[in-house]
Design a binder for this molecule. Structure first.
Ligand code: TXA
Ligand code: MG
Length: 334
C-alpha cells in the first residue's frame, strides 16, 4: 500500500500530474478508495474486481443499504467484456460514450465486476466517463472502477474536490482534484434489460437525445405516486428463491445455513460462512455470492445466524430483511 500523509492525500491542482494518477491507481490496486472527478460529479472509486474494496465503499458512504453501483470503464470495448451488448447498446455507446450515460445491461459470462457491486443482480450498470482524469485513472489501473457519487449517504452529490473533502474527508485514501465538474448532475441511467428501454434516472443525457437513437424510452421516474420510483428501489435487488429464516440459533437438516463468525450451528445440509473470523467487511464482500450458492432447489430454506448490527452489519441486515420479507404478488392483479 502507498503510505498516506496528509500533505499528499489531496492533489491541489486542476492539472493532475502523472505521478498523482499513478499513485491513485496504486491505491485502487491495493484495495483502497480514491475520489476522482468525472464530467458529472465526483465518484468514490474502488477496484471493481475486489469484493472487499467494494464493501469499503458502502462503509465509507455510510449507506444504509447495498445499492448496486456503476462500473466505470475506459472505453466501449472494455465495457463489452463485462456486459452483454445488444444493437441498442451498440448505437447508444457510439452516440454518447464517453459521456454522462449509464447503461444497465446483462452481466456477461466473464464479468469481472464483484457480485456485491451489482447487489447480486444479473445486470450491470456500466459507463465510460469523459473526464480526462477519470480516463487516465481507468487506463492506469486497467480494471473497471465502481464509483457512487463521492458524498456521504443522503448528502448532496459533490462537484468539486472540496465537497468530497468536506463530506468524506479521511474516509478516502486519496482525492484527485480535477477542478469543478462540467455537467454537475449525475449520468442518465437507462435500463436495456427491458424492451422498450426504461429511464431509471434522469441525468446528463436527455430523454429526447436517447429517443433519437433508439426510439422513445419509457420513464420509470414518471411512475404513479403509489409505485416506487427511486432507482435503488426499481432495481429489484437479488431475491433468493428460497425462504430466509433470520436470527437462527439452530438449523434444520433440510436447510442451508448462512453463518457468520466462529461458532456456527451444526447440522445444516450445506453451510456457507460469510466470515469465520467475524469480519463484517469480508461478510459484505461474500454476501451475494453465498446467498446464490445456498439458493438451491434441493434445500427447504436458508437459515441465517444473527449478524452484528454495527458498521457494515447494518447494510447486511437490511439486505437480509428484504430478502426474507414476504414477496409482493406479481403485478397484473387488481
Ligand atoms: O454520474 C454518475 O452516474 C455518478 C458518477 C460518479 O459516475 N455516479 C453515481 O452513482 O451517481 P450512484 O451510486 O450515486 O448512483 C447509481 C445508481 C443507483 O441509484 C443505483 O440504484 C443504480 O445506479 N444502479 C446501479 N446498478 C444498477 C443495476 N444493475 N440496475 C439498476 N440500477 C442500477
Ligand atoms: Mg448518488
Amino acid at each position: 500500500m502507498p503510505q498516506r500523509s496528509d500533505a499528499e492525500a489531496t492533489t491541489t491542482h486542476a492539472d493532475v500530474s502523472a505521478a498523482a494518477v499513478a499513485e491513485a491507481a496504486a491505491w485502487l490496486r491495493a484495495g483502497g478508495l480514491v475520489a476522482f472527478p468525472t464530467e458529472t460529479v465526483y465518484g468514490l472509486g474502488a477496484d471493481a474486481t475486489q469484493p472487499e474494496a467494494v464493501a469499503r465503499i458502502f462503509e465509507a458512504k455510510g449507506r444504509p443499504r447495498f445499492n448496486p453501483l456503476i462500473a466505470h470503464v475506459a472505453d466501449t470495448e472494455t465495457a463489452r467484456a463485462h456486459a452483454a451488448f445488444d444493437s441498442r447498446a451498440d448505437a447508444l455507446a457510439a452516440a454518447f460514450w464517453p459521456g454522462p450515460l449509464t447503461l444497465v445491461l446483462p452481466r456477461s459470462a466473464h464479468c469481472g465486476v464483484a457480485k456485491l457491486a451489482s447487489a447480486g443482480l444479473p445486470s450491470l450498470a456500466v459507463r465510460v466517463p469523459a473526464h480526462p482524469v477519470a480516463q487516465r485513472l481507468l487506463r492506469a489501473l486497467g480494471r473497471p472502477v465502481v464509483a457512487p457519487s463521492a458524498n456521504a449517504s443522503g448528502r448532496l452529490s459533490p462537484t468539486t474536490a472540496e465537497h468530497v473533502r468536506h463530506s468524506l474527508g479521511a474516509r478516502v485514501d486519496m482525492i484527485l482534484d480535477g477542478g469543478p465538474c462540467a455537467v454537475g448532475v449525475e449520468s442518465t441511467i437507462l435500463d436495456l434489460t427491458r424492451t422498450p428501454a426504461v429511464i431509471l434516472r434522469h441525468g446528463g443525457i436527455s430523454r429526447e437525445a436517447l429517443a433519437e437513437v433508439i426510439g422513445a424510452p419509457e420513464d420509470a421516474t414518471a411512475a404513479p405516486a403509489d409505485r416506487p420510483s427511486a432507482p435503488g428501489q426499481l432495481a429489484s435487488h437479488y431475491a433468493p428463491g428460497l425462504p430466509l429464516r433470520l436470527n437462527a440459533r439452530e438449523v434444520r437438516p433440510d436447510e442451508g445455513l448462512l453463518a457468520f463468525g466462529a461458532d456456527e450451528p451444526g447440522g445444516a445440509a450445506l453451510t456457507h460462512n460469510l466470515s469465520p473470523a467475524g469480519d463484517l467487511r469480508e461478510a459484505a464482500a461474500n454476501l451475494f455470492a453465498h446467498l446464490h450458492a445456498l439458493d438451491r432447489p434441493d434445500l427447504a430454506g436458508i437459515a441465517v445466524v444473527p449478524i452484528p448490527a454495527e458498521g457494515l452489519g447494518a447494510a447486511i441486515n437490511d439486505r437480509l430483511r428484504r430478502a426474507a420479507a414476504p414477496r409482493p404478488a406479481s403485478s397484473g392483479g387488481t
